[in-house]
Design a protein around this ligand. Structure first.
Ligand SMILES: [Zn+2]
Length: 275
């Protein structure tokens, strides 16, 4: 009997041991689960925190998403039309950007100065505007570029660093003068802190003689959220551009656009390089 009693007792002790071991394992599993859950929760929380941060970043980033900005730009001047453009801009109290050439520069030097004094951006286009010369070698381009820079500097007091390439950076006409010259020129400009600007709205005034209505429609129908860099010309034959200008500005103002001139801080609008 004693033997039976003691073996029962041993069995009970063993059973208690087994139960204790089982309880220990169960508790450990629970703890592990809890540990697994906590980092998951933390990770989820981190993600939630990150989301607004990312959104904030894109809001801080300049303009493109929500701003409606118009940059009026005029190539190939100065000419007798430039002073008429300055009058309209003054009356409307809006700034613009002029990419000048040498063609009538001496004749209208005072108009260039006036544009600068009236707080517009006077920038570089080219001295000669001669594609077969400027795009036939890197040296020719740089020589032409520096010559018009120096010429502008004599009028406005400093050498500008903002420019527009004749034909835009995407032109393919340069291919026949020097393959890949646009790639080399734009690399040179980027590496030397020059700021070239193409356009994302073409008024179409370069091609033949458009009516002022056509120019107005070309511009206003293409305006969108973000930055609108409008290509226009103030060379001597572009009188319908001047005639359309007032209505274009009125349309922009009526539709919530602000007007700005190009500065070094303007986000670059670059075409695709095709040569
Ligand atoms: Zn031009």
């Amino acid at each position: 009997m004693t033997k039976i009693k003691s073996s029962i007792l041993i069995s009970i002790i063993l059973l208690i041991d087994i139960i204790l071991v089982f309880l220990c394992i169960a508790t450990h599993q629970k703890q592990t689960e809890t540990l697994k859950t906590i980092p998951n929760k933390k990770f989820k929380q981190t993600l939630v925190i990150n989301k607004p941060n990312t959104m904030k970043k894109s809001n801080i980033n300049p303009s493109i998403v929500s701003d409606k900005t118009i940059y009026l730009t005029f190539d190939d001047g100065p000419s007798y039309l430039t002073s008429q453009i300055l009058d309209i801009l003054k009356q409307q109290n809006v700034p613009a950007t002029f990419f000048v050439t040498n063609q009538q520069f001496d004749k209208f030097e005072n108009i260039v100065k006036k544009a600068h004094i009236e707080n517009h951006t006077v920038a570089i286009h080219t001295l000669t505007h001669n594609y077969s010369y400027i795009y036939s070698s890197d040296e020719n381009y740089k020589e032409d570029f520096e010559a018009i820079r120096s010429k502008i500097a004599k009028v406005i007091g400093y050498k500008p660093r903002i420019l527009r390439l004749p034909g835009g950076s995407s032109n393919t006409i340069s291919k026949k003068y020097s393959p890949q010259i646009m790639t080399r020129i734009t690399n040179y400009l980027n590496e030397n802190n020059f700021y070239y600007y193409d356009w994302n709205i073409d008024s179409g005034d370069a091609s033949g003689k458009l009516s002022k209505e056509q120019i107005y429609n070309n511009v206003t129908s293409r305006l969108k959220e973000g930055e609108n860099i409008i290509l226009m010309h103030d060379s001597a034959t572009k009188s319908t551009t001047v005639e359309a200008l007032n209505d274009i500005i009125n349309y922009g103002k009526a539709n919530g656009y602000t007007f700005a001139k190009i500065t070094k801080n303007t986000s670059p609008i670059h075409h695709h390089i095709n040569n």
